[in-house]
Design a protein. Structure first.
Length: 186
């Protein structure tokens, strides 16, 4: 869920900065600067990668039949979010100040924000590597889970984890309404 919340924050920030780019006076000023780089990454990475990480964490127990470390998952989610903000947040400021993109050398007044962005990229890299490690580890050594580790009400959670080739031995009988959300205690 932390990845889903991170997705909402990052994608919203990217969307709001898109409003600035729709304003001609601001778009002329920030065109081809790091503001565009930051906006693009907030939309694409904040939208796609955070959603992907949230989805893979939700479906991992069903895919593998094993659970990953919740503690490490929380640490990784926070590192990805903080690292992302520290990587691309300063780039909004750099772009506003006029730092062009695709330049190998930049003026010394941009040094501090570029170092902050590089440090954020290092944190982001660690945040991406940690899930890779604990997910691979959990696929072999994680605790075995039942068919419904989340207490979800969907039909896909009534079959074994990982699901057999044909999913169900017999056609399941649906006895509840389509959106009968449970308390998670059943």
């Amino acid at each position: 869920m932390l990845y889903a919340l991170g997705f909402i924050g990052l994608f919203t920030m990217g969307g709001l900065t898109g409003l600035f780019l729709a304003t001609l006076a601001i778009d002329v000023h920030v065109h081809d600067t790091y503001f565009i780089v930051a906006h693009f990454h907030f939309i694409m990475v904040g939208g796609a990668v955070m959603g992907y990480l949230g989805g893979i964490h939700y479906w991992w127990p069903k895919i593998t039949g094993r659970m990953y470390s919740d503690r490490w998952a929380r640490i990784a989610a926070v590192l990805v979010f903080v690292g992302f903000i520290l990587t691309f947040g300063p780039q909004f400021i750099l772009g506003y100040l006029g730092m062009p993109r695709r330049y190998a050398v930049y003026p010394p007044e941009f040094q501090t924000l570029n170092v902050l962005s590089s440090a954020g990229a290092s944190i982001l890299a660690v945040g991406y590597v940690i899930p890779l490690i604990y997910l691979i580890w959990s696929a072999r050594y994680g605790p075995v889970v039942g068919p419904n580790p989340w207490g979800a009400k969907g039909l896909e959670w009534t079959t074994a984890s990982p699901p057999p080739t044909e999913n169900f031995e017999v056609t399941p009988v649906v006895t509840e309404e389509a959106y009968a959300f449970g308390t998670g205690t059943e």
